[in-house]
Design a protein around this ligand. Structure first.
Ligand SMILES: Nc1ncnc2c1ncn2[C@@H]1O[C@H](COP(=O)(O)OP(=O)(O)O)[C@@H](O)[C@H]1O
Ligand SMILES: [Mg+2]
Length: 542
């Protein structure tokens, strides 16, 4: 069974036409044959009567030979196969064909129309007196039995007078060849068949044309149009006018198309508005984040100030003492010979202490410098060392030891060094603040083999973070510290900076054991720097 609608309709209609046409053909054929046989039967009956009438006078005069000769002539002229005459006892009186059996059995088929009942029927209509049958050579014949009735003239004739009580004197059996009729039926059948085939062909062509024109083509057109809609070609109107239903369907699709188009336009407009809103908000957020970073930097700076003051105070008072010592060594005539070495030592201590002051100041400057974010390959180890050097002293005073485990061949990371310094600083200060009493803060750098990240870890042996708070520590203004000590911005800023660098930060913590903050930063994707730390960054972590 085809799956498409048009072939289905065509097939169904063609089947119906074929069935109806075949039944009509069969009934018509049967009818025609019956009509022809009927008219043949009537003809045979008339002929039989004509023969009886033509020979009546001769039979009355008992001129049998002359009567037989008339029958012979009629048989010859009319193309009749055989004319026979039987008397009432079934004896053959005459036949146009020689060598016929002289006696027939009244039970024979030919006699049954009248002799089936007792007494035999006298009047039987022509249709029942005729019978069609097939001869041994295959052709069909029609035989007609016509009774010869006893008439007053017969009963009174002098020759062989029949008693008046006798109704039927004998029968005339006329047999004609049905071959011409069969031939006629055959050719008629062929003609009707041809005609019907032509009709079926024409109807078929019409069905195909009609189905294609009014069903298949409009449906295909509709499918094309709806496909176009599903491909989002929404400018082409859907219009089909082959039939009312399809036009309605097409109209519904068209309404859908227009609504879809409008909805998409509205959506696009909405998306556009949303995008510009998001853009606006993003730039506002960026601004806020910059401000946050800056304010956090200032807060850290405040914390630093005390530590730095102390850091600078020590070497400065050292220098003061040394200069007083040196002043005492120097006499009117210069430095006494024996004390030159001592004087030199003091001098070198002065330059050492001043260099330390200079370093602290430069570190402080690099931390507080308000710079635009600049991404460049940077040495993470150096950044960690610089930052640690700024706070180490203060931490150590508070009983917190600082340890550095820096990977010697750490590849460079792409970052804004001043921002990463801020990250390290915040993590270090948080770690130190989490330690009550004695403890240890460890800064670790490493680069897992095959990874594209440099890892910085800041571990402490502090109080740890309770699990219910760990999810909130990166929130701005979340702090567990008493007022005046913490503002809760440090980790929010750390998170923002790491995020902006395309890195990630995670925390592991156990209450009473300590915490580890792990920061991953993308590598700069170049060869690692030849030496680890510049002289200026050495010797920290005290
Ligand atoms: N190393 C750490 N150990 C324990 N708790 C920490 C640590 N670092 C941060 N925290 C917790 O996270 C909170 C938020 O830290 P932060 O954002 O730096 O703000 P602040 O230090 O001003 O409180 C801190 O108040 C503290 O409770
Ligand atoms: Mg903090």
């Amino acid at each position: 069974m085809p799956r498409r609608l048009a072939p289905k309709i065509i097939l169904a209609l063609a089947l119906i036409v074929l069935i109806v046409k075949s039944v009509a053909l069969y009934v018509n054929d049967r009818n025609q044959e019956a009509r022809l046989l009927e008219s043949m039967t009537l003809g045979a009956d008339q002929l039989s009567r004509a023969i009886a009438a033509a020979t009546w006078q001769m039979m009355l005069a008992d001129r049998r030979e002359a009567a037989y000769s008339v029958m012979q002539t009629i048989a010859l002229k009319q193309g009749i196969d055989r004319i026979r005459m039987f008397n009432k006892d079934g004896e053959l009186m005459f036949s146009t064909v020689a060598g016929e059996p002289t006696q027939v059995d009244k039970r024979a088929e030919v006699c049954t129309p009248c002799h089936a009942s007792t007494p035999p029927l006298v009047k039987v209509d022509p249709a029942n007196r005729a019978r069609a049958f097939r001869e041994p050579d295959g052709h069909r014949s029609l035989a007609m039995i016509t009774p010869i009735y006893n008439e007053p003239s017969c009963a009174e004739a002098p020759c062989h007078a029949h008693p008046a009580s006798l109704k039927v004197l004998g029968v005339l059996d006329l047999q004609t060849n049905l071959s011409p009729v069969d031939q006629e039926i055959k050719s008629l059948r062929v003609r009707t068949l041809l005609l019907s085939l032509t009709e079926v062909g024409l109807i078929g062509v019409f069905i195909v044309f009609f189905t294609r024109r009014f069903v298949d083509e409009p449906i295909r057109e509709l499918i094309r149009e709806t496909d176009a809609i599903s491909d989002m070609q929404l400018d082409r109107p859907v219009k089909i006018e082959s039939s009312e239903e399809l036009a309605e369907l097409a109209h519904s699709f068209d309404v859908m198309r227009v609504r879809l188009k409008d909805a998409i336009a509205q959506n696009a407009e909405f998306t556009h508005q949303l995008e510009s809103k998001v853009q606006e908000r993003t730039s506002q957020l960026e601004l806020a984040q910059q401000k946050l970073i800056q304010s956090d930097r200032m807060a850290s700076l405040g914390q630093l100030a005390a530590s730095v003051a102390h850091e600078i105070n020590n070497p400065i008072s050292g220098v003061l003492n040394l200069s007083m010592l040196m002043q005492r060594i120097v006499k009117e005539d210069g430095i006494p010979r024996g004390r030159i070495a001592e004087f030199r030592r003091y001098l070198s201590q002065v330059s050492g202490e001043t260099a330390r002051v200079g370093r602290i100041v430069s570190d402080l400057l690099s931390f507080s410098r308000r710079s635009r974010p600049q991404r460049a390959p940077a040495d993470l180890n150096a950044i960690v060392q610089t930052t640690v050097s700024l706070v180490a002293h203060k931490l150590q005073l508070g009983g917190v030891a600082v340890e550095l485990h820096l990977a010697p061949d750490l590849p460079r990371v792409r970052c804004d060094a001043s921002q990463i310094r801020q990250v390290v600083m915040n993590l270090l200060l948080n770690a130190a603040e989490a330690i009550k009493g004695e403890g240890r803060v460890t800064a670790v750098t490493r680069c897992p083999a095959g990874g594209n990240r440099a890892i910085l870890e800041v571990r402490d042996t502090g109080t740890g973070i309770p699990p219910d708070l760990i999810g909130r520590i990166f929130d701005p203004f979340f702090t567990t510290k008493e007022e005046g000590k913490g503002v809760g911005l440090g980790l929010a800023v750390v998170y923002g900076i790491v995020e902006a660098h395309g890195g990630e930060i995670e925390v592991e913590s156990r209450v009473g054991v300590g915490s580890t903050f792990r920061v991953g930063l993308p590598l700069a994707g170049e060869e690692p720097p030849p030496s680890q730390a510049t002289p200026d960054q050495n010797g920290n972590g005290r």
